[in-house]
Design a protein. Structure first.
Length: 336
């Protein structure tokens, strides 16, 4: 795929990038609307999630095939982009501008996100983050411009989602409902399969050592560290040495030794050197393999006029059973 180069970053169409045609997009919209037929349809209801899981099977073949292929192997970048999905743009309300905004009521966009999540595995949420909602709004909030999380508009450093937790998500799925006014906001992604060859053997060895502590991100609130964080030292990289998994957040991962600090800095430089930037437009869905890919965000300029950038997000696990002891009533929300 062609690339264009700017002064500061590369904006590219990723290799795993597909666009639905009009007929397939229409099928997606029809199915999404069947999940929004009743005024009491609630995204967090187990019954509604079960309906979305069944509806996944009726989505267009192209979409299902690409998602299933990605689940088997997420490719060199650990990122899948599907364009042209319905978000009911003409009926969208004003972009939310309050802290902790989530999507509880069934909508076309929430239905699309949840169906795809069910194709990847099972949707997942954390009670301490965004009140445990399965579909969360990623929007700028007045007064939180410098917040290093989904409510901010300053650059957001590279991270995997919830690497501090015993059960981090396997995938993070974003759907763009609105782009920012200036079309400059970018989602930055960097995969271990591109970054690993840039690391010296000594740095790789250090990153595999349990010499790092990762604490909860700011989105979990000020009390999360005492109640939810597993403070035992862990490695940044784990698993197969030739294709490892990542648990790291530049903002909240602390190296415990000089060699760990040096290796973490080198890893950050390798991510910067291989990073790609996606500027999402309405109807763009991006799936990030949270096990092998870090992501972040460029800065942008919100206007707080009801038409600011609006993404919706959900987490996915490929094995819901493994977190059973953290989920009351076998639901989709991790309570601790």
């Amino acid at each position: 795929m062609p690339e264009t180069t700017s002064d500061t970053t590369r904006s590219t169409v990723l290799a795993a990038d597909r666009e639905l045609d009009t007929a397939d997009a229409g099928t997606c919209e029809r199915l999404a609307r069947t999940l929004c037929t009743h005024v009491h349809d609630q995204v967090d209801s187990p019954q509604w999630v079960a309906r979305a899981r069944d509806a996944w099977e009726d989505l267009p073949l192209l979409l299902r095939r690409e998602v299933r292929r990605f689940r088997r192997h997420s490719g060199p970048h650990g990122t899948l982009v599907i364009r042209g999905l319905p978000v009911d743009q003409g009926a969208l309300p004003a972009t939310p501008a309050v802290p902790g905004s989530v999507q509880r009521r069934a909508t076309v966009s929430a239905a699309v996100l949840t169906m795809v999540a069910c194709g990847l595995g099972e949707p997942l949420a954390y009670l301490a983050e965004k009140s445990g909602a399965l579909v969360q709004d990623v929007v700028p909030v007045p007064g939180q411009e410098t917040f290093h999380g989904n409510a901010g508009s300053v650059p957001l450093s590279f991270h995997t989602e919830n690497g501090f937790h015993p059960h981090p998500p396997d995938y993070v799925v974003f759907l763009c409902l609105r782009a920012d006014h200036d079309r400059i906001a970018g989602m930055r992604v960097a995969g271990i399969r591109q970054a690993l060859p840039l690391l010296a053997p000594a740095d790789r060895q250090a990153l595999f050592a349990p010499e790092f502590i990762t604490t909860p991100p700011p989105s979990f609130g000020p009390d999360a560290a005492a109640t939810e964080s597993d403070v035992q030292p862990r490695p940044v990289l784990s698993g197969a040495v030739e294709d490892p998994d990542i648990r790291m957040a530049q903002l909240v991962t602390t190296p415990l030794t000089p060699r760990a600090a040096a290796a973490l800095a080198e890893f950050g430089r390798a991510c910067e050197a291989t990073a790609r930037t996606l500027r999402l437009t309405p109807g763009d869905l991006i799936v990030i393999d949270n096990r092998v890919t870090v992501h972040g965000r460029t800065a942008f300029h919100p206007r707080y006029d009801g038409a600011d950038r609006w993404l919706q997000r959900t987490y996915v696990t490929t094995d819901l059973r493994r977190s059973r002891d953290h989920r009351p009533q076998d639901g989709h929300v991790l309570a601790r």
